[in-house]
Design a protein around this ligand. Structure first.
Ligand code: AMP
Length: 326
């Protein structure tokens, strides 16, 4: 469905000579797919436009999606229309030179906390930012052109952020838009091999997670991926952070948490849940995100335990007052 804000964004893109794209820190398939997807749509349609996606943060796991552009002089930022995709608050924009852009557009699917753009298109019910880019393509498909690579980028974010189309935000619209991308000839066999095959060592790490994880009284599963654990399995930070997905399928566990040590005093927290929303807990601990998938940061073991206790109480209350959860 074409909304006035989408028309505004289309008009700004059409008028711009230079466009810079921005994503969030701690790169994932959605922010990368959405920015590369938007760049692809613009370049396929208007090859003469200058479009840059430049960032210091790289991903080993998502390297198959191709490199970013080299950085450009500040003058280029200053002359550019900036489009930030999949970032709820400006502090999380990974390339902070976004602030140089002459005008800023925000396209996002997180719960709105900071409308930092001059134009803000936020739909927090969407299962991914890539779904919004697919909807943008659909709305303007009489004009916009797409190719297989662009569709693959967009489809990649739709698959990864929706947990292979299983999370709550997935709707009929999600599937129709995913279908529109598949119609462009996405090679799903290769894509899923890139996304889901694991080395034997990574599976051993999974074994270690199941041996060391704990479950609280009310059903909060958690694991602390310590520096020692990361060293023992030779894990980079990104791979260590995938621990969260190993905790997702336990009956009676409505919330699961992974605490991942970083090189600083910061401990990354990944929070996931089903049935009960947990973004309020993330917000209490320097974070935010979606109702059932959020991120946060704690700075000590003590704070980690406090967060676990909060989550346990929250899930206890939820179970006491709701029926039908599993
Ligand atoms: P993650 O566990 O890092 O995949 O994050 C889950 C969701 O929460 C993603 O949509 C992130 O963009 C969002 N998120 C993660 N960390 C933060 C944070 N510190 N502040 C706001 N949103 C966050």
């Amino acid at each position: 469905m074409l909304k006035p804000v989408m028309q505004q964004i289309f008009d700004r893109i059409k008028a711009a000579e230079t466009i810079m794209l921005f994503r969030h820190r701690r790169i994932d398939g959605d922010c990368l797919g959405a920015t590369k997807g938007m760049k692809g749509l613009i370049k396929c349609t208007w090859p003469e436009k200058k479009v840059y996606l430049t960032d210091e943060e790289k991903s080993g796991f998502l390297a198959f999606m191709g490199p970013d552009d080299d950085d450009v002089p500040d003058e280029v930022y200053k002359s550019a229309l900036g489009i930030v995709i999949d970032v709820g608050n400006s502090e999380r924009i990974s390339n902070q030179k976004y602030a140089l852009c002459r005008e800023l557009i925000k396209i996002d699917h997180h719960i709105e906390r900071e409308p930092y753009g001059q134009i803000n298109w936020v739909e927090d019910q969407r299962s991914s930012a890539c779904e919004m880019i697919a909807a943008f393509y659909e709305a303007f498909q009489d004009v916009l052109k797409i190719d297989q690579e662009t569709a693959t980028h967009i489809y990649t974010g739709m698959v990864t952020d929706s947990g292979r189309f299983q999370y709550e935000g997935v709707t009929g619209d999600t599937m129709r838009l995913a279908g529109l991308m598949l119609d462009q000839g996405v090679d799903t066999e290769t894509l899923y091999a890139h996304l889901y095959l694991r080395s034997f060592d990574q599976l051993k790490f999974k074994g270690c997670i199941y041996e060391n994880m704990q479950v609280t009284k009310n059903g909060v599963a958690w694991i602390h991926v310590t520096k020692e654990m990361q060293q023992a399995f030779g894990l980079d930070f990104e791979t260590a952070s995938t621990a969260i997905s190993s905790l997702s399928d336990i009956k009676g566990v409505l919330c699961w948490l992974a605490f991942i040590d970083t090189d600083t005093e910061e401990i990354r927290v990944r929070l996931r849940s089903r049935f009960a929303a947990i973004n309020g807990i993330a917000e209490k601990y320097n974070g935010g995100g979606h109702a059932c998938a959020s991120g946060a940061t704690v700075y000590s073991g003590q704070e980690m335990q406090a967060l676990i206790l909060d989550a346990d109480r929250h899930i206890g209350k939820y179970k006491d007052t709701h029926e039908g959860w599993l």
